[in-house]
Design a protein around this ligand. Sequence first.
Ligand code: ATP
Length: 340
Amino acid sequence: MARHPAVLIPGDGIGPEVTEAVVRILEAAGATIAWEEQPAGLAALEQTGEVLPSRTLDAISRTKLALKGPCTTPVGEGFSSVNVQLRKAFNLYAAVRPVRSLPGVETRFRDVDLVIIRENTEGLYSGVENEITPGVVMSMKVATTRGCERIARWAFNYARQRDRRRITVFHKANIMKLTDGLFIRCAREAHAEGYSDIAYEEAIIDAGCMRLVQDPGQFDMLLLENLYGDVVSDLCAGLVGGLGVVPGANIGDDGAIFEAVHGSAPDIAGKGLANPLALLMSAVMLLNYLVEQTGDEACRTAATRIKAAYDLALEQGEKTRDLGGQLSTNEFADAVIARL
Ligand code: ATP
């Protein structure tokens, strides 16, 4: 089969190091992808004067598929977040973040296996903030029936397709009666519409977070509005070994962008300390998405080989420093390639 075109955004900070390592592993695994590299974030600002140049947007419009390193948006210079812009531009309303325990990665819990579904376009990410009067500022939280119904149905469909048994909505509808109230009402209605095979539960977010850190095994899938999904994703990363091991996908009806949950981690950039695993796992999600979209068996084989290879590497103690190992970013990539 011909190679599938996909945009590759190296991004900022540790982005170029981890994307380079991941592309090397995908090539070695025989993934049938033709990468088209495009800039975004600070790297793009230096090259083009824009954080999200039109040529990057055009390329994603064409390929409808991208693997993206973390992008930094300069704060306080009038630029809106690259990540938020991309999600809105391509209507990537569902963020999927699988959080799983990994072999060879010691954490407080074993057998964590959660999927977080985050609404990706609404809530406090509306970008509408005002200074009402000096000393008084406000930020607008937006929820629409369309957006809430759409993410709820998407989550239940995903649950059914992947044989997941239970969805828990985290919310704060006792305080945000209208916005979070709408979110849970739409989730209840989607559940009642025909998903009685999947258990449905609600938890007030503060109590839900306490339960998560006490015993993550009691949850299967979490459904959250935008900001709660952002925060709880990092909390859940902490349950399985940190930000170096949690992948993500931003999916819409007409395209998808895959990226790790972590940011650009400027403190460790350029030192070979970054764990490429989170982006590698995101790339495996991209391959599986391609299998669903095109039926390309070469993508399925590459995804299976990569997952088996990184599991084996971790089991054998081949780890980067964030996981207690000694390997650099490139040495870990080599260790995975050697086990393909
Ligand atoms: P952002 O605001 O974009 O989320 P941030 O710097 O606040 O960025 P992250 O970049 O997500 O947050 O990371 C927080 C810390 O976690 C980093 O400073 C780094 O020490 C660690 N970290 C994140 N990603 C990785 C990784 N892939 N490998 C190793 N350590 C990581």
